[in-house]
Write a protein that binds this ligand. Structure first.
Ligand SMILES: Nc1ncnc2c1ncn2[C@@H]1O[C@H](COP(=O)(O)OP(=O)(O)O)[C@@H](O)[C@H]1O
Ligand SMILES: Nc1ccn([C@@H]2O[C@H](COP(=O)(O)OP(=O)(O)O)[C@@H](O)[C@H]2O)c(=O)n1
Length: 439
């Protein structure tokens, strides 16, 4: 019975294209399945041509929250339970160019002679959402079959691994909408509503959202968002701007969500990103109110939410990101837009220095930066590709005072605002007034 169910689930996968992130510096290895033996290309030989044990595992479920949590659990278990002789690669099965067709999973290469990986897979396979395949070789060929720890797979058909052409869009970009990035409040709201049983804090977050729904914003003071990676100087600059512009300083996620942040940070992207998305709508409501009274400076907003989400969702190299102009970089229609978004950038070395000065453990941080080099590049690139409004890049490597002056200059030009702090004392005045035209 269990085998039948598994075969049905896996059968649905067999018509898809498989992708394995075998080498993060290159594109994934793509293959399809065929009932006739197919010769492997040189690239595919690297993965399928050796004598290691090979498995792939995919997570399938009709419930998106269950699927996301099972995937995260499996990822964790594979990282702690397998031996050092096992390589685990991100893998997926998808239909090219079809949104939401991706079934995520992992590819395991076991170089050991022990049965540890089989034991781990056996436990994981107990979950009704998990489907495991093994890969066998015969001469030039490699075939995939449904894996069963007790070898009762006579019913399983040999499906030969067949090299496939690279997909135009990296598979990880197909499932981003409403799983990693939410383009309207309701989509994010629904995810948290589905989680209220498993995460009681969801109810409190939704209550806060309901209480603070966005108020409209008419002709008001300008709204300026400051974005950038951690330690690029956002806090330093936003505090200085608050002074110089006599502005209100807000941030996303807003202070009222701070007690829940850690809880949602431990959840898989589907849930975690919905939390941050809702944070933006609460901040938007605050912006709406505050910008009637004074200029508003916002420390992180939609650009952060989308850029980090896209960079995390997209595996491997920077080239895998959605192409510039993709609809994935569009601003949500129902989210209040700022007048100006400034992206602070510094070199990786300067950022590391600032992280260190802030007291973070040198070696841990250095190691992380090394590992996260790819991630950092992807976040910055995604930041730059977001449209309507796009961000203006600010070189934040000079001194705090110089960065402030540079930004004041930009604000003056782009928002027609007079700023005063870095002008000589005698010329200082509170020269900021609401704009008479629509922002
Ligand atoms: N322009 C600058 N030049 C040198 N150091 C800076 C500059 N801006 C900020 N710093 C220092 O770098 C560290 C990170 O700055 P911070 O404003 O906290 O960044 P973020 O809010 O982006 O994480 C702090 O120790 C801060 O004093
Ligand atoms: N508006 C926002 C702000 C943060 N975030 C998330 O929060 C993380 C950054 O938070 P952080 O604690 O490093 O930021 P700082 O508050 O230290 O600048 C990123 O990984 C984003 O995933 C978001 O998604 N949307």
């Amino acid at each position: 019975m269990m085998l039948k169910r598994a075969m049905f689930r896996c059968g649905q996968l067999c018509s898809r294209v498989f992708a394995v992130e075998f080498d993060l510096r290159t594109e994934p290895l793509y293959f399809t399945l065929s009932s006739t033996p197919q010769e492997l290309h040189q690239a595919h030989q690297q993965l399928f041509g050796g004598d290691e044990k090979l498995f792939s595992l995919h997570v399938h479920s009709d419930s998106r929250t269950e699927k996301a949590r099972t995937h995260a659990e499996i990822k964790h278990k594979l990282s702690v339970a397998l031996s050092r002789d096992c390589d685990v690669f991100e893998a997926s099965a998808f239909i090219p160019d079809v949104k939401n067709s991706v079934v995520k999973g992992f590819f395991i290469r076991d170089k050991s002679t022990t049965s540890l990986s089989e034991d781990v897979l056996k436990t994981l396979q107990q979950s009704k959402s998990v489907c495991v395949f093994s890969y066998k070789r015969e001469g030039q060929y490699c075939w995939q079959e449904l894996w069963s720890p007790v070898n009762q797979v006579e019913e399983s058909v040999r499906q030969y691994v067949t090299p496939a052409a690279a997909a135009e869009r990296h598979p990880s970009t197909l499932n981003i909408t409403s799983s990693d990035v939410y383009y309207c409040m309701n989509d994010a709201y629904e995810v948290l509503r589905e989680c209220t049983d498993i995460i009681p804090e969801s109810k409190e977050v939704l209550k806060l959202v309901n209480e603070q729904l966005e108020t409209s914003r008419g002709d008001a003071f300008p709204v300026i968002v400051i974005e950038g990676l951690d330690a690029t100087g956002k806090t330093t600059l936003t505090e200085a701007l608050r002074e110089s512009l006599n502005a209100t300083l807000l941030k996303s996620p807003p202070q009222c969500l701070a007690p829940f942040r850690q809880r949602f940070d431990s959840e898989p992207p589907l849930i975690r990103r919905a939390f941050y998305a809702l944070g933006n709508y609460i901040t938007a409501a605050h912006i709406g109110k505050e910008s009637l009274r004074a200029p508003v400076i916002v420390d992180r907003y939609w650009h952060s939410t989308a850029a980090y989400a896209i960079a995390t969702a997209v595996g491997g190299r920077v080239e895998n990101l959605p192409k510039p102009g993709s609809e994935l970089y569009q601003w949500p229609e129902d989210l209040l837009q700022p007048n100006l978004v400034l992206l602070l950038t510094v070199s990786p070395e300067e950022r590391l220095r600032r992280l260190r000065d802030r007291g973070q453990d040198k070696t841990v941080e250095e190691a992380e930066l090394e590992i996260n080099q790819l991630f950092r590049l992807k976040v910055e690139e995604a930041y730059k590709r977001i449209q309507n409004p796009a961000c203006i890049i600010v070189d934040a490597s000079p001194s705090p005072r110089e960065v402030l002056q540079q930004v004041e200059h930009l604000i003056r030009n782009k928002c027609h605002l007079k700023t005063t702090s870095s002008l000589p004392d005698e010329t200082r005045s509170h020269a900021i007034s609401p704009h008479t035209t629509r922002w």
